[in-house]
Design a protein around this ligand. Structure first.
Ligand SMILES: *Cc1c(COP(=O)(O)O)cnc(C)c1O
Length: 373
């Protein structure tokens, strides 16, 4: 991707390094002359089961009835489902075109060029992008054991800080901070900074946590007026293609997010699919089980190969392979797409999404060939 800049763009826009998405299967097929049917993609933390059959059925039917009208700008039906699920008022729910949209909305609502946002090293890259796009200062706090160092992040908050981003579990490292530590952080921010700082807790991978690790974070939203919790339908619910996420926050913060939201940011089919997906708990259970088994499968294989990896709480594993650029290239030649994390400051690692058992096997075979050869 070209890094050249255009002189009429502001300096803070020119400074942005574009987001690098996982390589699509068709692109690799074109580049290497491979059969797309033989390529496996374990690069974007998508659900290897696809999406719920009930969602497909609902969409087939909806396409037949498609009309020319705009979607519901207030997402009434979907918000009702989400509000009931988390036992909060529907007025506390904001819908997003993916949860990425909500990260952008938070940056639009709270940041400008006289302010700063705090996030962790090796955290989700969009926190930096959304901050830079507003011309705000971004403050990256060094990671501890690949995870968020919440004490250091609390210390990094200064007078002009308006927003703190926390990913729990984090992407691309898969680390997780237990509920008591998150709560201690929220309390500390409240005591020291009152309502001057907004905390955005990004729970994109919450559904992959062991039941014992899960916490109903809506409880925190009730207690902390400056907290935004975000969730996505892209990962465990398999709706990455449709783009739906949501935020929970009290009324004042939600009101600000809505002022900067495009009125029709979530399309009609996505709203419908999300409602149906949230109701299919059976699909969610299967997703959880297949992910847990696949994560074990990958972890065992890495141990056998003598590779260091970060124990994951999500649907991917960060593994240290040494010369990651070389290994990544050799995997691509074998039709296996994983994710480079060089741009996240991890040049010796690769991030592998958990796939179906046979996909995990093919990845492990390819990796073994490359490393043992
Ligand atoms: C994937 C991801 C998201 C956003 O995904 P959307 O598809 O935009 O909902 C947000 N945060 C983290 C940490 C992610 O990994």
């Amino acid at each position: 991707m070209s890094m050249s800049s255009h002189p009429i763009a502001p300096a803070h826009v020119q400074a942005i390094a574009p987001y690098q998405a996982g390589k699509p299967i068709e692109e690799l097929a074109r580049e290497f002359g491979l059969d797309p049917a033989r390529i496996i993609k374990l690069a974007s933390n998508e659900n290897p089961l696809g999406c719920s059959e009930r969602v497909r059925e609902a969409l087939r039917e909806a396409v037949g009835d498609l009309h020319g009208r705009y979607p519901d700008a207030n997402g009434f039906d979907l918000k009702a489902v989400i509000a009931a699920r988390h036992e909060v008022p529907a007025q506390w729910v904001t819908l997003g075109n993916g949860s990425n949209d909500l990260l952008e909305l938070a940056s639009l609502a709270f940041l400008d060029d006289g302010t700063s946002a705090v996030y962790a090293q090796h955290a989700f890259v969009v926190y930096r992008l959304a901050t830079q796009a507003r011309g705000a200062r971004h403050v990256m706090v060094p990671a501890r054991d690949y995870g968020h160092d919440l004490e250091a992040m609390a210390e990094a908050i200064v007078d002009d800080t308006r927003l703190v981003f926390i990913a729990n579990p984090n992407n691309p490292t898969g680390t997780h901070n237990p509920a008591d530590r998150i709560e201690a952080f929220l309390e500390r921010v409240r005591v020291r900074h009152g309502e001057r700082v907004v905390v955005l807790l990004d729970e994109a991978y919450d559904d992959y946590l062991d039941p014992a690790e899960r916490f109903d974070s809506a409880q925190w939203v009730r207690r902390y007026p400056n907290l935004i919790v975000t969730r996505t339908l892209s990962k465990a619910y398999g709706l990455a293609a449709l783009r739906v996420g949501y935020a929970l926050a009290q009324t004042d913060v939600t009101d600000l997010l809505n002022r900067v939201r495009q009125p029709f940011n979530v399309n009609a089919l996505a709203q419908l699919a999300a409602r149906v997906a949230l109701a299919d708990q059976d699909f969610l259970r299967r997703t959880y089980e297949i992910n847990r088994a696949g994560r074990e499968q990958l972890s065992r294989a890495f141990t056998k190969l003598g590779l260091e990896f970060v124990p994951s709480h999500a649907n991917f594993v960060l593994v240290r392979v040494g010369d990651a650029a070389r290994v990544n290239r050799a995997l691509l030649e074998r039709g296996v797409i994983v994710r480079s994390v060089d741009g996240d400051g991890l040049p010796e690692h690769l991030r592998v999404s958990v796939g179906l058992p046979e996909e995990n096997d093919r990845f492990v075979q390819a990796l073994t060939e490359i490393l043992v050869a």
